[in-house]
Structure formats: structure tokens, C-alpha cells
Write a new protein. Structure first.
Length: 319
């Protein structure tokens, strides 16, 4: 092997390098280990900062499952809301109005759940089965909840009473877009405090006709610039009254007999009101009840679902 030399600047000569194989071997080993260690560190850094294709796929799948679970929770909330409204409708319509027991629940078949099966199911299967059950419940709800109400009502010998019971909306609202605020605790627009809103608000231009929702006698027809503004109260008998507030014009007088659909006034903005609207209440034995349960002669099942949702969305009333 040829000798190797290295220039020495101190004596300006070329010094001969000793051919030390062992030294070069260990130096090479050191380089190899350094390279392997650096590669190891780079690999760890890559794994920390970047996902592998499998990890990216699993992460995307997990995000999708989270979205599906959130959607299921929202749909379950809708089902729970509708079921509660059905229960209240049973109480109000059957027991209070028609003096009979509500129809037997058609949802008992879903009360018993075999949770042990969930242990053998993966996430996709659980989501799919949950969605299927919820969709089935919603579908059954839409087709049955109001149909059986009307059938039970018609089957009872209550024809005369049915003419008097509030059973339609007080203004034209076929697409439900005028539904502004429902029964329940709301923020008062003037006082800015949370208080019970004992009726439903409908937004409409001033002058929009207001209909009486059941036959009865005008108990009160008062014009006022305070509080509830111009107000009409109809006594329907059987313990029921309806209240129409913040009217612009009043077309009836105290003591007059009215039938469902008669125009008793027009929408206004009188009294303590934050905008043109009708405040409508249903009273049973002088106690306010949720008016949403008393549109059963007008709304379809799908509209009833939408009405419930809209009436609960608003966080502030108009009066």
C-alpha cells in the first residue's frame, strides 16, 4: 500500500502518515454509529411531528365518528323534545279536555336496550345502529303523534266541545316563519331579566288579521297603551280561555259570540312591546298552558315537529 503524507506547516515538510488500520477502523465505526444515531433521532422527530398514513387514516376516521356522535346527540335531543311535547299533549288534550286516558305509548318497544351487545360491536356498527334506531323513532313520531290524537278526539262524543277548544294558530302561519318565541323562560326585551313567557309570540306586519282559535264569548276587549296593550280575551267554556295581546285594532266587543276563524282584531305594537307582533295565550282553569299543544286541527306531524323546534329556539320574547 502506498505511503501517505501530510504537509506540516511548522517545518514546511511533508510528514509521513503511519498506516494505522485499527485507528481507521474505529473511526469508521464511530462514523457509522453517529450516522445511525442521527438517523434514529430524525426518525423519532418525524414520528412526533408527522403522522404515518395509517395514523392519518385513523385520525380522520375518529374525527368522522366524533361528528357522527355529535349528530346523534342532536337528533336524540330532538326526539326527547318531541316525546316530552307528546306527553304534555296527552295530558292537555286527553285528560283535561276530553276526560279520557291518553293512548297507549307506541314507544315502549325501545325502552329495553341490550347493552351487552355493544361490547362485541365496533364504533361504526354502534353509530349505524344508533342512527337507525333514532331514525325509526323520528319516522314513527312524525306519522303517529298527531294522527292518533285526532283519531281519538273524533272517536269521542265531544263534537260540541271540539268546536270550542282552541285548536288552530291565531294568524296565518302555514310555513311557520312567523313563529317568534314560545312558552317558557325567556329574556324580557324591555326589562332584560329572565322571566316566564306564558304564551307564544308571532311576528307579523301591523294590520295582519288575528283569528279566534275556538268558539266562545268575548270576555274582555280592552284598549290600553300600557302592559299588554290592546287585548281581547275569549272564554271558550270547559275551563278554557284564549288571550290576544298588543293588537292594533279590535273588531269585537264584550259579550259577543264568536266562532273559530272569526277575525277579532289585527296585529299591532301597543303596550309594552319591542316590535309588531301578536302575543297569544291559552288558559285552562285560569292557568297558562303551552299553546303549542293546541294546534292539532291545523298542523301536520312534520309541521308540529318544526313548530316545537322554532318555539324553543328564541332566547328572548317580544313582550
Amino acid at each position: 500500500m502506498a505511503s501517505q503524507y501530510k504537509f506540516n506547516p511548522e517545518n514546511l515538510n511533508y510528514d509521513r502518515l503511519e498506516n494505522n488500520f485499527r485507528k481507521r477502523f474505529w473511526k469508521a465505526v464511530a462514523y457509522v454509529f453517529a450516522a445511525l444515531f442521527l438517523a434514529f433521532l430524525l426518525n423519532i422527530l418525524y414520528l412526533v411531528l408527522f403522522d404515518s398514513p395509517l395514523e392519518r387514516m385513523m385520525r380522520n376516521e375518529n374525527e368522522l365518528l366524533k361528528e357522527q356522535y355529535q349528530s346523534l346527540l342532536e337528533r336524540k335531543g330532538t326526539v326527547d323534545t318531541v316525546f316530552e311535547e307528546i306527553r304534555q299533549a296527552d295530558e292537555n288534550i286527553f285528560r283535561m279536555i276530553f276526560e279520557t286516558e291518553p293512548a297507549v305509548s307506541v314507544f315502549n318497544e325501545y325502552n329495553t336496550i341490550n347493552y351487552t351487545r355493544l361490547k362485541s360491536m365496533n364504533d361504526r356498527q354502534i353509530v349505524y345502529q344508533s342512527a337507525h334506531v333514532l331514525d325509526s323513532l323520528l319516522d314513527k313520531t312524525k306519522h303517529e303523534k298527531l294522527d292518533y290524537d285526532i283519531l281519538r278526539i273524533k272517536s269521542e262524543d265531544k263534537a260540541e266541545m271540539l268546536l270550542n277548544i282552541p285548536a288552530i294558530q291565531p294568524i296565518e302561519n302555514a310555513d311557520l316563519t312567523r313563529t317568534a318565541s314560545g312558552y317558557g323562560y325567556r329574556m324580557h326585551p324591555i326589562y332584560k331579566i329572565r322571566k316566564l313567557h306564558s304564551g307564544m309570540d308571532y311576528t307579523a306586519p301591523v294590520g295582519t288579521p288575528v283569528f279566534v282559535t275556538g268558539a266562545g264569548v268575548v270576555e274582555e276587549a280592552v284598549k290600553s297603551g300600557r302592559g299588554s296593550g290592546n287585548r281581547v280575551i275569549i272564554n271558550h267554556g270547559y275551563g278554557f280561555k284564549t288571550v290576544y295581546e298588543h293588537l292594533e285594532d279590535i273588531n269585537v266587543r264584550q259579550g259577543r259570540n264568536v266562532v273559530r276563524g272569526d277575525i277579532i282584531g289585527t296585529v299591532g305594537n301597543t303596550g309594552l312591546s319591542s316590535g309588531p307582533h301578536l302575543h297569544y295565550e291559552v288558559l285552562f282553569n285560569d292557568k297558562a298552558v303551552n299553546p303549542v299543544n293546541f294546534y292539532f286541527l291545523e298542523l301536520s306531524p312534520a309541521q308540529y315537529d318544526l313548530m316545537i323546534t322554532l318555539s324553543k329556539n328564541s332566547g328572548q320574547s317580544f313582550d
